[in-house]
Design a protein around this ligand. Structure first.
Ligand code: G
Ligand code: G
Ligand code: MN
Ligand code: NA
Length: 252
C-alpha cells in the first residue's frame, strides 16, 4: 500500500516527531517524569497519531527501526533536560513485537550508552500481547531490568492476563488504565478496580501511575487510594519539547 511505502521512508527521512506528556507526583503535582509519544508529520495528511501507523509498522516489520529511533531521540532529549532536573524519569513505549527481535536488550543498552542517558531513569512501558509471555521476551526484559532499567505494565487491568504477567516479568511500575480512572466518580462501585489495582501495587511494592487523569476530583481520590503519580489532561497534554521546557526549573 502507499502508506506502507511512505512509512518506510518516514523513518529514514525524519518525519517522526516526539511529544512528551508530564507525569507528576501526587498530591503536589511536581514533575516526576515524561512519557514519550510518537507522531508522524505526514507530508500530505498532517499529523498522524500512533494508532494510525504503529500497527502498520508492526505488520510490515519496521517497528524495530521505529522503536530504535524513538529511544535514541527521547533519551538524547531527556539527557539534556536532566541537567536541570536530575531525577527526571523517561517513559518509552515498547511494542511486544520489538521484544521478539533478538538483540533488543543489547540495542537498548547501546543507545543509552551513546546518548549518555542513565539506565536507572528509563522506564520501558510494555503492554500485553501474546508475545510477551514468551521465554525469549522475558529473558530480554530480565537483562534490561538487571541493568537498572525499570519495566512498567501499561494500560494495566484491561488485558485478561495482566495478573499472570506480574508473576512472569520483572515489573516495577503499574500504569492504571484511564478506563478505571474515569470511573472514579465518587460512587462506591465506581473506582473498585482502581482501588484493587492500587492495593495490589502496594502489596507488591510497585510504583503506581494513574493514566488519563482529567479532574481535580479524580486526583484527590487517587491520592486517598495511595496512588503515587498521575498523568492526564488535568495536568498537561502531550507537549512539544519547547513547551515541556517550561515545566523544568530555570537553567542555562
Ligand atoms: O499518544 P497517543 O495517546 O495517541 O498514543 C496512542 C497509543 O500509541 C498508546 O497506546 C501508546 O502507548 C502508543 N504509542 C505512543 N508512542 C509510541 C511509541 O513510541 N512506540 C510504541 N510502540 N507505541 C507508542
Ligand atoms: O496507552 P498509553 O498510556 O501509552 O496512551 C497514551 C495516550 O493517552 C496518548 O495518546 C495520550 O494522548 C492519551 N491521553 C493522555 N492523557 C489523557 C487524558 O487525560 N485523557 C484521555 N482521554 N487521553 C489521554
Ligand atoms: Mn504508555
Ligand atoms: Na500503550
Amino acid at each position: 500500500s502507499p502508506l506502507e511505502q511512505e512509512l518506510r521512508e518516514a523513518i529514514r527521512k525524519s518525519q517522526l516527531r516526539l511529544l512528551y506528556q508530564p507525569i507528576v507526583a501526587l498530591p503536589d503535582g511536581d514533575l516526576a517524569g515524561v512519557e514519550a509519544l510518537v507522531r508522524w508529520a505526514h507530508p500530505g495528511r498532517g499529523t498522524l497519531d500512533p494508532d494510525a501507523f504503529i500497527p502498520l509498522a508492526e505488520r510490515i516489520g519496521v517497528i524495530g527501526d521505529l522503536g530504535r529511533w524513538v529511544l535514541r531521540e527521547a533519551s538524547a532529549q531527556a539527557a539534556r533536560w536532566q541537567r536541570r532536573l536530575p531525577a527526571l524519569q523517561l517513559n518509552v513505549n515498547v511494542s511486544p513485537r520489538q521484544l521478539d527481535e533478538d538483540g533488543f536488550a543489547a540495542q537498548v543498552l547501546a543507545i543509552l550508552d551513546d546518548t549518555g542517558f542513565f539506565p536507572g531513569n528509563l522506564v520501558l512501558e510494555v503492554t500485553e500481547g501474546a508475545v510477551i509471555g514468551e521465554r525469549a521476551s522475558v529473558a530480554q526484559l530480565a537483562v534490561l531490568s538487571n541493568a537498572g532499567i525499570r519495566i512498567a505494565l501499561d494500560d494495566f487491568g484491561t488485558g485478561y492476563s495482566s495478573l499472570r504477567y506480574l508473576a512472569r516479568l520483572p515489573v516495577d511500575v503499574l500504569k492504571l488504565d484511564r478506563l478505571f480512572v474515569a470511573e472514579l466518580d465518587g460512587t462506591s462501585r465506581g473506582g473498585a478496580v482502581a482501588q484493587a489495582v492500587l492495593r495490589l501495587g502496594q502489596i507488591l511494592h510497585l510504583d503506581t501511575v494513574a493514566e488519563g487523569v482529567e479532574s481535580e476530583a479524580q486526583a484527590r481520590e487517587l491520592t486517598i487510594l495511595g496512588c503515587h503519580k498521575a498523568q492526564g489532561f488535568h495536568y498537561a497534554h502531550p507537549l512539544t519539547p519547547a513547551d515541556l521546557q517550561r515545566w523544568l526549573p530555570a537553567g542555562d
